[in-house]
Design a binder for this molecule. Structure first.
Ligand code: MLT
Length: 263
């Protein structure tokens, strides 16, 4: 991992391989390691870049609110510092997808292709906002243990929960080690994120939409609606998979990704 200063903060960044750039943007409250299977598989043919977003993983701490726009601007600043000015493939999972929408809005000239895994275009409803703000208060007061216990049960599909203890435990450790202030700031930022449904028909880059068949956070019907709204987008359903296909079913995800990147 490299420590890369980008303006007012420093990001911890995985950067390997040569060729067309694929930027991997992780979900909440994770870090670049959720893409580990894609990074190793694609580095032979692509330059694969996976930052820990502001506040997450090995990146510098944050306080307050982390807006999705801020995280998208950080991605653009990172590319600039790395000397990358041509359009890239942006692959985002869940919160990484919320960042992708803002990247498409603010930095369209840098967007060559889009991969959206298990994400949403709609904003939260009032109950969803309240749940996020409660979690923010809870982690600040009590730390990350309860979130680390509960969240793997929500994000993983049944197959992973039954057969991949290693994956469940590694995600649990990642969540436990995420700073409470980062979890609170990201929850506040996601609670305030806009509905981007109207953006979808204006996206003009090749797009792959990936969803786990057991995903309950960004369900199949919602992802299908996203794919149908983006002109020419392809939808790939991943079997025996919950919300984190890149970790739960890396073989299926990598096949879909490689085929999409080749064409
Ligand atoms: C994620 O995986 O990034 C989260 O499920 C996003 C969210 O809380 O909406």
């Amino acid at each position: 991992m490299k420590q890369i200063p980008i303006g007012d903060t420093t990001l911890s960044v995985f950067d390997d391989g040569r060729g067309p750039v694929v930027l991997f943007v992780h979900g909440f409250p994770l870090d670049h390691t959720m893409w580990i299977e894609q990074l190793s598989a694609l580095a032979a043919d692509y330059r694969v870049i996976a930052p820990d977003l502001r506040g997450f993983g090995g990146s510098a701490p944050v306080e307050g609110v982390l807006s999705m726009e801020q995280l998208a601007n950080d991605c653009a600043a990172l590319l600039d510092v790395l000397g990358i000015h041509e359009p890239i493939t942006f692959a985002g999972l869940s919160m990484g997808g919320y960042v992708a929408w803002q990247f498409a809005l603010q930095h369209a000239s840098l967007l060559g292709k889009l991969v959206l895994c298990d994400t949403r275009a709609a904003a939260d409803n009032p109950a969803g906002v309240e749940t996020r703000l409660k979690m923010a208060e809870h982690v600040l007061a009590h730390g990350t243990d309860a979130v680390a216990e509960a969240m793997p049960l929500k994000i993983f599909g049944q197959h992973t929960l039954e057969h991949r203890d290693d994956r469940v435990e590694s995600i649990r450790a990642t969540i436990r080690n995420t700073r409470p202030a980062t979890i609170a700031a990201a929850q506040r930022g996601m609670a305030a994120r806009p509905d981007v449904t109207a953006l979808l028909p204006t996206i003009r880059v090749p797009t792959l939409v990936i969803v786990g068949e057991e995903d309950t956070i960004s369900p199949r019907a919602e992802m299908q609606a996203i794919a149908e709204s983006i002109p020419g987008a392809r939808l790939q359903l991943i079997s025996q998979d919950g919300h984190v296909g890149p970790l739960e079913q890396p073989g299926q995800v990598n096949r879909a990704l490689c085929e999409f990147l080749r064409t």
